[in-house]
Design a protein around this ligand. Structure first.
Ligand code: 4G0
Length: 222
């Protein structure tokens, strides 16, 4: 999967490019992440890419031209890329949507700041608008990183000796509880079945616990 990211803060993406699961996917050539500084597509010496809103009001709006020029450049190499805009008005990101996006060859993520971007970009240049949840954050960058992580872990080989089939939500349930050494700490013991060596009983217990946990913590999923 090839990710292109249009942003005013490309340095933020070092958080995922240099560490953890995504870094490993890049090393294995299963993932590529390319950031584009939107200011490089400014047409003035001040590198401005925004202006005041028509009709007045607070804040600044990112202009059409730099975004369109940047997308044009990206599409020279990736003509079939799916362009996604991160915004609170988008379709809610879920496991199911991440799995669907993981089948694509190339994704371009447009990160907004300030009050947003000129609506004509959304009308003409964006394939999908995605939201990571019903809240506002200062920019689309953290949202883009959430999308990249959720999508990348669905790509075969990106996770090391595990796979995403056991992730919470993959089977519609939350995860079962986990324990490791020691067997007892501060009077709290590991459930006996996990020490029994009886794998069928362990599997059945885990399914029961996953169902119980889903019912109490997330009845809306059950
Ligand atoms: C576009 C995404 C981008 C519009 C981005 C804000 C939350 C999300 C931004 C706005 C973001 C999310 C209209 C406030 C940047 N905040 N929920 N902030 N408006 O996915």
């Amino acid at each position: 999967m090839h990710f292109d990211i249009i942003t005013l803060f490309p340095e933020m993406f070092s958080a995922i490019k240099e560490e953890g699961v995504i870094a490993r996917g890049i090393k294995k050539s299963l993932l590529a992440i390319h950031t584009w500084q939107l200011r490089d597509f400014s047409d003035n010496k001040h590198r401005n890419i925004d202006d005041a809103p028509y009709g007045g009001g607070a804040g600044m709006v990112i202009q059409v031209k730099p975004i369109r020029d940047c997308l044009h450049k990206i599409k020279q190499n990736n003509p079939d890329t799916t362009v996604i805009y991160l915004s609170p008005q988008g379709q809610k990101l879920t496991h199911k949507l991440a799995l669907e996006l993981s089948k694509l060859k190339s994704i371009t993520l447009l990160c907004g700041r300030y009050e947003g971007i000129d609506e004509r970009v959304i009308e003409h240049d964006i394939d999908r608008e995605i939201s990571i949840g019903d809240f506002v954050i200062s920019g689309g960058e953290l949202g883009a990183m959430v999308v990249i992580d959720a999508v990348s872990r669905q790509i075969s080989g990106v996770l090391g000796n595990q796979n995403s089939l056991n992730d919470s939500f993959a089977n519609g349930l939350l995860d079962y509880p986990h324990y490791t050494r020691p067997e007892t700490i501060d009077g709290q013991s590991v459930p006996a079945v996990l020490l029994s060596g009886h794998q069928a009983n362990i599997d059945a217990w885990r399914v029961k616990k996953a169902e119980e946990k889903t019912q109490t913590k997330r009845p809306d999923l059950y």
